[in-house]
Structure formats: C-alpha cells, structure tokens
Design a protein around this ligand. Structure first.
Ligand SMILES: [Zn+2]
Length: 245
C-alpha cells in the first residue's frame, strides 16, 4: 500500500473496537482525513498522547484508492495544545470548534484557511485572549471562507448601506434594514455589524485592537444558528457552553 505523510490537527478520536481508534484529522493542505489508528485503544500504544484533541502532529499513513479510511502507521507531535485545550474554561469551546469543522467541511474541501484559523485560535488562547471572542472570530471566518457570510454593510433587499441595525432573514441569507424588516427576530446592532466587517481585514491576534463594545454571546448564537441552518445539522457540543444555556 502507498504511504504518505501529512501535517495535521486532531479533531476527534474515539474507540472503534477494543483495539483500535477512529481518528479525524484536519490536514494543513488536504482537508479532513479519516483514519484508523491500530492498537490506539489499548492502554500502552505507539501513539501515546499524539491523538489528543487539537494536537498538531506529523502523521504517517497507508492508503488505498478504494477505501475512504486510511491507516495511521505512526506520527510525531509537533505541538501539543493539551494544557490549553483541556482547561475547564476552554474544553467545550474547542469541542464545538472541532464539531463544526467536522460537520461543515465537505470531504473534498482543501481550503487551507481553516487549518491556519484553528492554529491562530489555539495560539490566541495560549496568549490569554478571551475564548468567546476567539470563537466568534472563528465562526465569522468559517462562514466567510465557505461563501456564506452576509454583507454586514448592506440591506439585501433594498441595498441600503451604512446600517445602524439589521435583522437576519429567516433563511439566514442576508440582512434587512429597518424599512425592509417584516417581523424577523434575529437582530444585529451597529457594533456587531462593525465587528463582522472588521474581521475581514484583521488577524485574530489583533482582536485586542477591536475598539467596539458588545457582549459576544448574542452574535455567537446567531452565527452558530446560521452554520446549523446551512449545514442542516445540529451541534451537540454547544449545549455545554454558557452562551447557549
Ligand atoms: Zn432595506
């Protein structure tokens, strides 16, 4: 069987049977890769802590043309984010990010931005940035990279610009101004609209430079709802976050 190697982040790892684990990796350049890690479910195994959530590693694997699952042969940790990912205040946010990537990236999607974005979120949290703002930044860019983000500067019905307030259409596909609104309930204030526009030209590490004020919970719920709506799935891990209680 041909062998290959890839840089990747671990998105999930779960027992497949008594011996083996099923692992989902986000590779740096080839999208999501699903793999069997032989023997990884046993107490002592060759993978050690390589398969923990969001560990960045260099993974070697065998693959066959006729099989979706590849077989991990070995790997090496490039960087462990375990202390930051497993901290009680962070772990459910990271579970949500992993679930969103797994459910929303199509199998053939090789966009390299999501990998870089996750690395930036991990580095940002290590540097002490707020987890809710990092999550918000990630959701905004995930939608933008999938071509699903609405224009925060324009009413999708009449074209009015420079909105002070806007409402999301029932199908989540655009914003409406106060004149075009017909009972839509999900509203965004000026600061939230400004923030969405601001993320287009600022790296997550610049989040400290964001000068506006709003509590991120409302926009987190709106963007998560939009991701669920477009993907036609519901996210299990959001129920553990304070923003969704
Ligand atoms: Zn309008």
């Amino acid at each position: 069987m041909p062998q290959a190697s890839t840089l990747a982040l671990v998105l999930s790892s779960s027992p497949l049977n008594e011996q083996d684990k099923l692992v989902a990796l986000l590779t740096a350049e080839r999208g999501v890769l699903k793999a069997v890690a032989p023997g990884a479910a046993k107490l002592r195994n060759r993978f050690g802590s390589l398969l923990e959530l969001f560990t960045e590693g260099e993974f070697q694997y065998y693959w066959r043309q006729d099989r979706e699952l590849v077989t991990l042969s070995r790997g090496e940790i490039r960087k462990s984010f375990f202390p930051v990912v497993s901290a009680a205040d962070n772990v459910f946010y990271f579970c949500l990010l992993a679930e969103i990537v797994l459910k929303s990236l199509a199998p053939g999607n090789r966009d390299t931005r999501i990998f870089k974005l996750l690395k930036a979120v991990l580095a940002g949290r290590e540097a002490g940035m707020d987890m809710d703002w990092l999550t918000l930044y990630f959701l905004t860019w995930l939608l933008r990279s999938e071509g699903l983000l609405f224009n925060p500067r324009r009413c999708s019905n009449c074209g009015a610009r420079d909105l002070d307030q806007a409402w999301l259409r029932g199908d989540y596909r655009g914003l409406l101004c106060s004149s075009c609104r017909r009972g839509e309930r999900l509203g965004l204030c000026r600061a939230e609209l400004d923030y969405i526009a601001w993320t287009a030209s600022h790296a997550p590490g610049a989040a400290g430079a964001w000068a506006g004020h709003f509590a991120p919970a409302g926009l987190l719920r709106i963007l998560t709802g939009k991701i669920e709506h477009h993907g036609e799935f519901s996210l299990q891990s959001r129920r553990y976050l304070p923003e969704f209680r």
